[in-house]
Design a protein around this ligand. Structure first.
Ligand code: ZN
Length: 329
């Protein structure tokens, strides 16, 4: 494959004062940031990876006739690599912008904390031991020197906070944990839009199964957003719908598709829970890894996709087995 030179997949207005900026990072990975404009201020939701502001956001904003230095506010949905790691570079290009992240995700700027985040999921799935996970985290720490990969945010936000962008355009923060502890979604009521980052991960799909750190918090999150009256849902990635619709080649979900995406996210979360509990009740003495394999099989059957070997599905099943009190591996 030829090296990518155009990092912008699409930059388009998707709702009243809301634009989607879908950009590539690396040769094969893609994510969506969002621009929200009011009469007096502009906010950007997420900054991508370190290279993204210069490589993806500057040209994406230019397609809309906007300049990065005119952005006042950076709102991060959470602290992961492809969402907040561009913050430092963004501030270099847009010095007046202030960055804001939920306090619970600030620690994710340290690589060793991020390594523990990933490894805890593999421990829950019975795929590695606690000792193995700790050894891995120490390796990461040694390699990286545990240097933070994005600067401390200028401010923190929490559920219930409101950012006024002027002219009636406000952004309401909804704390939507489960993917990470500090995951937030941004509700733009005038546009009837919900910009959800990785907080709502749709249904199962290859490599796109709900990537969760706390399954109980996630269930509460996906239940809570059902009551929102929205016409547009904008996640950060092309999270799939349940079969037969599956993957749609844009993160933008409008009208019936927006409501269906919220519903599919909920039913999938409940199917993950049911698969894990059924597997636990079927054989309470099975080793953890085998119980997880059975849980994933049952969940896949419910959804109508083959999830065998899907590491995110294994992690989610393992986390539910922790909740119900199944013995560790
Ligand atoms: Zn994430």
């Amino acid at each position: 494959m030829a090296d990518r030179t155009d990092w912008v997949e699409r930059a388009e207005w998707v709702a009243d004062g809301v634009a989607m900026l879908e950009i590539w990072y690396g040769q094969t990975a893609i994510m969506a940031c969002y621009l929200v404009e009011g009469a007096s201020r502009r906010a950007i939701i997420d900054t991508g990876t370190t290279a993204s502001p210069a490589q993806g956001l500057v040209p994406a904003l230019a397609r809309l006739g906007r300049r990065i230095e005119d952005i006042d506010l950076v709102l991060n949905t959470h602290g992961h690599v492809d969402h907040a790691w561009g913050n430092g570079e963004f501030k270099r290009l847009a010095p007046r912008a202030t960055t804001s992240l939920h306090a619970a995700d600030i620690a994710l700027r340290h690589p060793d904390v991020l390594a523990r985040f990933w490894q805890a999921r593999r421990v829950a799935a019975g795929d590695v031991t606690t000792e193995g996970a700790e050894a891995h985290a120490r390796q990461v720490e040694a390699l990286s020197g545990a240097e933070p990969h994005f600067p401390e945010p200028d401010a923190t936000h929490a559920g219930g906070d409101v950012f006024d962008l002027g002219g009636g355009q406000v952004v309401e923060v909804i704390h939507t944990p489960g993917h990470t502890p500090g995951s937030c979604s941004f509700h733009v009521p005038r546009a009837r839009a919900l910009l959800s980052g990785d907080s709502l991960t749709g249904s199962a799909g290859i490599g796109r199964f709900p990537l969760l750190s706390d399954v109980v918090a996630y269930r509460q999150t996906v239940l809570a957003v059902q009551r929102l009256d929205v016409e547009f849902v904008g996640p950060a990635h092309r999270y799939p719908f349940r079969p037969p619709l599956g993957v749609v080649e844009t993160p933008a979900r409008r009208g019936d598709l927006a409501r269906r995406f919220l519903a599919d996210t909920l039913t999938t979360a409940l199917d993950v829970e049911a698969g894990a509990i059924e597997a636990w009740q079927a054989d309470r003495h099975a080793p953890r890894a085998a119980m997880v394999t059975e849980a994933v099989r049952r969940t896949g059957e419910r959804i109508g996709v083959d999830l065998a070997g899907n590491e995110h599905a294994r992690a989610a099943a393992g986390l539910w087995l922790d909740v119900v009190g199944a013995p560790a591996a």
